[in-house]
Design a protein around this ligand. Structure first.
Ligand code: SF4
Length: 492
């Protein structure tokens, strides 16, 4: 695809960062934006970053925000404010050589300003340094007296005390020295990006750069799925590592064509054998393993939310806060009832979550989960937080039985394509329980639905729609576990 243009293209910091990742990515973004496949995750990352930036501003109540509605005005206004009494400036806007930047925080000190870029990650990443170098270079062209350049990232050891007190949420890392050399290269980066844009499409093959630092949104164009792509490529082998690329390089694009002797790992051989035969395998021992579990049996599943900026006192950034559980109780063989808890989204969900769960699971009987480390960790966190519930929660933790390793060790169906996730196993056992007719159909969607329920401006109608969708989803997960356990046991 060729599209050469001699016009001078406007550059922004994000465009230079795209060019640093891959010149072809910038070229396509400018000349063929219609080829881009927008990922909702990018928008979510952006929204999170914006919110963290707003919290950072709250930490400096004497600060002034430069309105970004009109960027030329913003540049002018920044200059005016810099001439006046020193005070924190948010979104200070500078422009040089056609490149415009907005600095998250400019914080005054005795000799000038600390320039701080606020990030929602929990550590400084390489691409933050590139970003900071560009910011610094542009600000320097405007003779801003910078005493340091810093990255403020989320401190994941911060425990929110409540009352909107976010002092300590951010950790400031001085990167001034780390970006010295990079800052000198910025002019070269700018001219390289401009050159790329005036030339024809760069000839760059897909490679490591396509996912670093973020997945490229032009993958569909650069690497379209071959029409004859195999349903069973070597990559489906569990924990395959470098072996998949090796097999591909030897011309094996379909696992079924790989000679048996090329696979030495027992699990690889099992997946290969079942894929090749097309016949599922269920071990003979699994029936007695399940039959040995006494009644009542509790099948439980949790949904959690992990806000970057903690919402409830006593929680940390990115902490998985449980807000919903579902429990199918099998009181005796085939006699099943269902219970559920879903927080209202208006206050800390944890206490009621824990109390209601303990009430339902009682004192005896196995508690079946799918991927126990997740549920176990959430319950232990609750036990650590609520002293009075600690013993009861820890006793419940000791009753947990994990169905995932049982499935992994005893069952495989070709259609699972190397995965033992509940979403991969279920359609092979109970296709009638598909998730595709549900409004909330996976954990990510459950988080989004609960976040929306928590919004102050959500309508009552929408709130109840989300509430019902969440209840249905979590119930489906635990019903799925019942069906999987029954299938293993040969019940029904
Ligand atoms: S998919 Fe890879 S090669 Fe293609 S534009 Fe993106 S980063 Fe470059």
């Amino acid at each position: 695809m060729n599209n050469t243009s001699q016009k001078r293209h406007g550059l922004s910091k994000s465009r230079i960062l795209l060019h640093r990742q891959c010149p072809k990515r910038l070229w396509l973004k400018v000349h063929h934006p219609e080829l881009e496949e927008i990922d909702d995750g990018n928008q979510a990352r952006f929204d999170t970053g914006t919110y963290v930036g707003e919290i950072a501003q709250q930490l400096y109540p004497e600060g002034v925000l430069i309105d970004g509605g009109n960027l030329a005005e913003a540049v002018k206004r920044t200059k005016e404010i810099l001439k006046g009494d020193k005070r924190p400036i948010f979104e200070a806007t500078f422009q040089s050589d056609g490149l415009l930047i907005r600095a998250d925080l400019l914080l005054p000190n005795q000799d000038g300003y600390r320039m701080v870029e606020v990030k929602s990650s929990t550590s400084v990443k390489d691409y933050h340094l590139t970003d900071a170098a560009i910011q610094k270079w542009v600000a320097q062209q405007d003779d801003v007296p910078l005493t340091s350049v810093e990255i403020a990232h989320i401190d994941n050891t911060f425990i929110y005390p409540g009352e909107n007190d976010y002092q300590g949420l951010l950790k400031y890392v001085d990167v001034t020295n780390q970006i010295l050399d990079m800052t000198r290269e910025v002019t070269e980066w700018i001219s390289a990006a401009r050159n790329t844009l005036t030339e024809s499409e760069p000839c760059i093959e897909v490679g490591k750069q396509c996912n670093e630092p973020f997945a490229c949104s032009f993958m569909g164009y650069c690497s379209p799925l071959a029409e004859d792509a195999s349903e069973f490529p070597p990559e489906i082998l569990p924990r395959v590592g470098a072996l998949a690329a090796k097999l591909r390089s030897e011309g094996f694009n379909d696992l079924r064509d790989v000679p048996k002797e090329r696979l030495t790992n027992a699990n690889h051989q099992r997946v290969w054998r079942i894929t090749k035969s097309g016949v599922a395998e269920l071990s003979s021992e699994v029936k007695s393993l399940l039959a040995a579990l006494p009644y009542p049996r509790y099948y439980i599943d949790f949904e959690t939310i992990n806000p970057t900026v903690p919402i409830w006192a006593g929680t940390r950034p990115y902490m998985q806060v449980p807000f919903q559980w579902s429990c199918h109780t099998e009181e005796s063989k085939g006699v099943i009832k269902h219970d559920a808890y879903l927080a209202d989204g208006k206050s800390d969900p944890r206490r009621l979550f824990a109390e209601s769960l303990l009430e339902v699971v009682g004192n005896n009987g196995p508690i079946l989960v799918y991927n126990a480390p997740f549920e176990r960790s959430r319950m232990q966190e609750l036990a650590n937080y609520y002293d009075d519930l600690k013993n009861l929660l820890e006793a419940a933790i000791n009753r947990i039985v994990d169905l995932l390793p049982i499935a992994r060790n005893h069952y495989y169906h070709p259609e699972m394509r190397g995965s033992w996730s509940i979403k991969a196993v279920l359609p092979t056992i109970a296709p009638d329980l598909a998730y595709d007719n549900l409004e909330v159909a996976n954990g990510g969607m459950a988080q989004e639905a609960f976040s929306e329920m928590m919004q102050l401006d959500v309508t009552s109608e929408r709130y109840h729609q989300l509430y019902d969708a969440l209840l249905k989803y979590c119930e489906r997960d635990t019903l799925a576990m019942v069906r999987i356990a029954h299938f293993f046991e040969g019940v029904g």
